[in-house]
Design a protein around this ligand. Structure first.
Ligand code: SAH
Length: 476
């Protein structure tokens, strides 16, 4: 039926059914970077298709108001289209925008944030445009990731496969050359794979819950050259680790080799226990003029070139004079806290992962910073305690609060505490524009106005985007 409309069929008046082939003009792009075309008023989602593409597609799934289709042929390409660097990019779930020009990716990400602020945040589009600062792009959007987590599987013919999962599955698309990872990580994955093959070491099978190696985690200190390799395993009894250590030590910069034990039936990658095999249980890296210690279980931004730009934006938005009390909530290893501490009177960092707080305290010492305090716990609980407890009276009334939550955004209880302690400014750093906009709306309804926002591309070739927003108290 390519090119011609059929009688309405499929579910409730839908113009097509599963397995139909349709011609489609893509006119929009969805949250995950998928192309969206409209056919007889129906939205059709097509992976690897771009606005401006004219395509032929196979209908895979029909829902009430929309459908999913598979790209069969590009009849006429969009001018945003480029040749992907990876031959597997269409199958691998890691990069979903490699077929789009980098300029196109930046525009897409900026619009994504803008749309969320308007549609979810309830802001007027003209206002959102008027307070926007241009997205911070990368100089080279490839080989930027300092952290790789390669899943490991045994193929039906007994080979070891490492790579990345195909989109929305746990099926590995094997690769030795992921173009967004730093070269060292690809090389180490290959060495571990060869070591497993040589010694017949099993990969974990999540269906039967058997086998040993689940993931290979690598972290590279971009500015120090230090390398961490952590094998995520189901048992501490891993044979031939001496041989693995010998192989890895031939690599310049090898600083930390360890096991992480995860014996649970879970999608969570890391377990709680670290067993060192070689060296110290951490690496160090520099951001700007600060040095940070990073343990395997701690969060650390994955794109060093962009992290410094993001943190400088947060610092600029905080506009500190040296007299302020600042809270940095969801602080990880204290990276933003220590950036802010140089310009503030006192900083409080709060983070839920105890290992990260240990790193944060060491990091303050490493950098000679004495005006930062770190507390372990959920931001929503600790912030309320600090605000209420006499013990913390010196830091109970922050002038500025920085939040940098995970994708699910801030807990509503935390937003309540923020409104109660009434800082002059809230600097919201976010990796998910939808939850950012949701939280900005709540703050707006409670006396805060968004004054500036800026997106920063930390995740080139993927649909993800980081954003920094400044909110000011309107009735202080
Ligand atoms: N600002 C840091 C970390 C940001 S990532 C940086 O730039 O490196 C978000 C952090 O929030 C992670 O370290 C995660 O462990 C932590 N986290 C998740 N839920 C939390 C909660 N409820 N309370 C406090 N920290 C939390």
């Amino acid at each position: 039926m390519a090119g011609q409309k059929k009688e309405r069929k499929g579910s409730a008046g839908c113009p097509f059914s599963k397995n139909d082939v349709i011609d489609l003009k893509i006119d929009d792009i969805g949250n995950e970077g998928e192309g969206i075309g409209h056919y007889d008023g129906y939205a059709v989602f097509v992976n690897n298709a771009l606005p401006g593409d004219k395509i032929r597609a196979l209908i895979m799934k029909v829902k009430k108001n929309y459908a999913f289709a598979k790209l069969l042929e590009i009849v006429n390409p969009s001018n945003l289209r480029v040749e992907p660097k990876c031959s597997i990019s269409a199958r691998c779930g890691g990069c979903n925008l490699q077929h789009m020009s980098y300029e196109g990716q930046l525009e897409y990400k900026e619009n994504k944030v803008k749309n969320c602020l308007v549609r979810i945040g309830g802001y007027d589009e003209a206002y959102v445009n008027s307070i926007h600062e241009p997205i911070i792009g990368m100089t080279n959007p490839f080989n930027y990731r300092n952290k790789a987590q390669f899943p490991v599987q045994q193929t039906p013919d007994g080979q070891i496969a490492m790579g990345f999962y195909a989109g929305r599955t746990h099926r590995i698309i094997p690769t030795d050359n992921c173009n967004i990872q730093m070269d060292e990580s690809n090389h180490i994955a290959k060495l571990v794979r060869m070591w497993m093959t040589e010694h017949n070491i099993s990969a974990y099978d999540e269906t039967s819950h058997t086998g040993l190696i689940r993931h290979v985690l690598t972290r590279i200190g971009k500015s120090t050259g230090q390398i961490m390799v952590c094998l995520v395993v189901t048992s501490k009894k891993v044979p031939h680790t001496d041989s693995l250590v010998d192989i890895l030590l031939k690599e310049t910069g090898m600083t930390c080799i360890c096991l992480n034990i995860n014996s649970e039936k879970t999608n969570r990658i890391l377990g709680d226990k670290i067993i060192p095999l070689y060296g110290q249980p951490y690496i160090e890296d520099n951001i700007g003029d600060l040095c940070y210690r990073i343990s395997p279980l701690s969060f650390y931004q994955v794109n060093p070139e962009q992290t410094v730009k993001l943190y400088n934006t947060a610092l600029e938005y905080a506009n500190l004079t040296g007299n302020e009390v600042v809270w940095d909530l969801y602080c990880g290893i204290g990276t933003i806290s220590l950036f802010l501490a140089k310009k503030a009177k006192q900083v409080l960092g709060v983070e839920i992962v105890p290992e990260a707080i240990n790193d944060a305290k060491v990091n303050a010492q490493l950098n000679g910073i004495t005006n930062a305090t770190f507390l372990t716990g959920a931001a929503e609980t600790v912030a309320a305690q600090v605000a209420a407890d006499e013990l913390y009276k010196d830091i109970a009334n922050p002038d500025v609060i920085v939040v940098d939550p995970p994708r699910k955004g801030c807990d509503s209880k935390l937003l309540e505490t923020i409104v109660n302690v009434k800082p002059d400014k809230v600097v919201y750093v976010s990796c998910d524009p939808a939850t950012l906009a949701r939280d900005v709306k709540v703050l707006r309804e409670n006396g805060y106005e968004m004054k500036k926002w800026r997106a920063c591309d930390m995740f080139g070739m993927t649909g993800h985007v980081e954003t920094c927003v400044l909110l000011c108290c309107t009735n202080s």
